[in-house]
Ligand binder design. Structure first.
Ligand SMILES: NC(=O)c1ccc[n+]([C@@H]2O[C@H](COP(=O)([O-])OP(=O)(O)OC[C@H]3O[C@@H](n4cnc5c(N)ncnc54)[C@H](OP(=O)(O)O)[C@@H]3O)[C@@H](O)[C@H]2O)c1
Length: 250
């Protein structure tokens, strides 16, 4: 039996990852910030696949709430699966803010920092005792940490930090046989950033033109790959950044 925690599993990439993980046999804890109904939809889809799932509220912009959240994770593990241990943590929850560095406010910077850096760092730290030896952590970055598009500076900086965090965690957790990797999606058609990639024809066409495989990404492009990368066959993959972008800006 394997249990995974996917933050931001109510919609978009997190939901897709959770469903693909369920297809590979994982039971799931998914989190939402405000979309409880959508998180419960994810739970239902997972249950239809014959796995157990539960949805917990998490506000990644409030790192002070993480002790209480970690406690909720532990009690869910006990009550749903009679275990103390988590096999996989996916730090996925996130938001996009499109603003030039010249116009980025301190409040926007702090929100991005809390959601994308501070919460993944301290959530991981607080769940280390619950993470099984031999388990896995996946941190979600972005293609924007490798290539630069004006308007995403602050966001991309945070994703750069996530990638460094991955390497250091991998170095520190290797003695427990825990693997830690980054998945960096390219531009994917989700609600992210107001649904820009999905809903804005010009933005979608521009992305397609800069992508070797000739289209923008779909959530399935990410969830399916993630579920394969955490399989027992991929245990030698560690401390790496894997970009899933169809070959953007090669
Ligand atoms: N889509 C892309 O093009 C793309 C590309 C590269 C990287 N990424 C990264 O992939 C991850 C997921 O993006 P997505 O495309 O799936 O976005 P999405 O469709 O907008 O979904 C965002 C998810 O994160 C949750 N969330 C948002 N703010 C939160 C907060 N303050 N605390 C806790 N949870 C919060 C949302 O919960 P609610 O439903 O409750 O709001 C939702 O589950 C993010 O880390 C993003 O940076 C996305």
């Amino acid at each position: 039996m394997k249990v995974a925690l996917v933050t931001g599993g109510s919609r978009g990439l997190g939901k897709n990852m959770a469903v693909h993980l369920a297809q590979k046999g994982y039971h799931l804890i998914v989190t939402y910030k405000q979309s409880e109904a959508q998180a419960l939809e994810t739970v239902k889809e997972i249950e239809v696949l014959g796995r157990q799932a539960t949805a917990l509220q998490l506000d990644a912009s409030d790192p002070a709430s993480l002790d209480a959240f970690a406690e909720k994770v532990s009690s869910s593990l006990r009550s749903c699966w009679q275990t103390e241990q988590l096999d996989l943590l996916v730090n996925n929850a996130g938001i996009g803010i499109h603003v030039s560095m010249a116009d980025t406010t301190e409040a926007q910077f702090d929100e991005l920092m809390n959601i994308h850096v501070k919460t993944p760092f301290f959530l991981t730290q607080k769940l280390l005792a619950s993470l099984k030896d031999g388990g896995s952590i996946i941190n979600i970055s972005s293609g924007l940490a490798r290539f630069s598009l004006p308007g995403f500076g602050a966001y991309a900086m945070m994703k750069g930090a996530v990638e460094v965090m991955t390497r250091y965690l991998a170095a520190e957790l290797g003695s427990r046989q825990i693997t830690v990797n980054t998945i960096a999606p390219g531009a994917i058609e989700t609600d992210f950033g107001g649904g820009l990639v999905r809903d804005n024809r010009d933005a979608n066409a521009l992305i397609a033109s800069k992508t070797a495989l000739g289209r923008a990404g779909k959530a399935d492009d990410i969830g399916a790959a993630l579920a394969n990368l955490v399989s027992d066959e991929c245990k030698w993959l560690n401390g790496q950044r894997i970009e899933l972008s169809g070959g953007m800006f090669l």
